[in-house]
Design a protein around this ligand. Sequence first.
Ligand code: SR1
Ligand code: MG
Length: 402
Amino acid sequence: MLTKQSTYNSFTTISVVDYLKQQKYIHENSLVECEEIGDGNLNYVFRVKETETGRTLIVKQALPYAKVVGESWPLTLDRARIEGESLKLAAKFVPELVPGVYGTDDVAAATVMEDLSAYTLLRKGLIEGERYPNLAEHIGRFIAHTLFHTSDFGLEPSEKKVLATKFVNPELCKITEDLVFTDPFFDHETNEFPEELLPEVEALWNDDELKLEAAKLKQLFLTKSEALIHGDLHTGSIFVTRDSSKVIDPEFGFFGPIGFDVGAFFANLILNHLSQEARIEDEVKRDSFQDYLIQVIVETWEVFTAEFTKLWVENGKGPFIKVAGYLDYVLRQILQDAVGFAGNKIIRRTIGLAKVEDINGIEDKEKRLEVQRRALKTGRHLIVNRSQVSTVQNLIQLVKGD
Ligand code: SR1
Ligand code: MG
């Protein structure tokens, strides 16, 4: 019988190895190398390598505070359990699109999982102008399956309610409620932006039309318990090779609006699209890469709708599933929600806490400011015009400023 940790201790590169040996993930006599490689906002990530065999493991451990801010921002360790449970559930539907989970430990707030060293973070790859031919198919399928199977369309409503009790995530939801849905729309201390952007930001804070729509989107996030969502599906939550994609980090998971995951992915592609104005100098190459990003958005939506439709027809629950027009209505609502949420995400990554490297890493300050101004305009455009969107092409028109 293995003894798990009885109290929480944050790991060091030494104690994590002791832990893996004690838990028999690694033989006790093995020589190992260990490094902490986490570059996210919240957690430790250790890579441990058995010297003799070359076998590697990842241990992800939640810290009892938000690493991006420090110990002054306490944060529940329960997010590690939610992440582990969510990955294991996703593996039932799309095992090839998530890392293998070898074990979870709620007390240590740790997940032991597959090392994805052969992969690149999608955000990094896109910043470097890399293309991933199967990305849209992978992410379209990931969102369709994980969201359908945990929704009232794929589960009996009573089963869904029981499942939802395992994914009550108030502290992580509050981060999103504050940082994505509230703070950027007010003069709040968490906001961070260059002073040159103040005129545009003040215009946003005084924009009543935008704020009314932002209020409606926050209400949707608070109340629309459609499915178990990933909750933070940005391009830093996806590892890629040319042939394979792995979605990681569902610690923000809870039963929320389906459009939030779709919109998060779209928003981060749009942020990269905007950033390429300042990154790729050659106009032909820039246009071509931006067209590729647009194509990923379009194809992701097409794959999502095709897969969701297939699941709906083959496995849909309840007497209304075959009613003409119902699926189209649901898909349109998801798209409109996604467009609005994408707008929120673009604005928060431009002026709120926790930026994206796509824009922050632009070295030329004037060019960076120009991209930030465009991002604010695009985010606003998506939020206030989302109700006119009925096809993914309408979304692309909004992204292009039409
Ligand atoms: C305090 S956490 C800041 C952000 O990092 C995560 O990736 C989430 O997007 C969160 O809002
Ligand atoms: Mg994360």
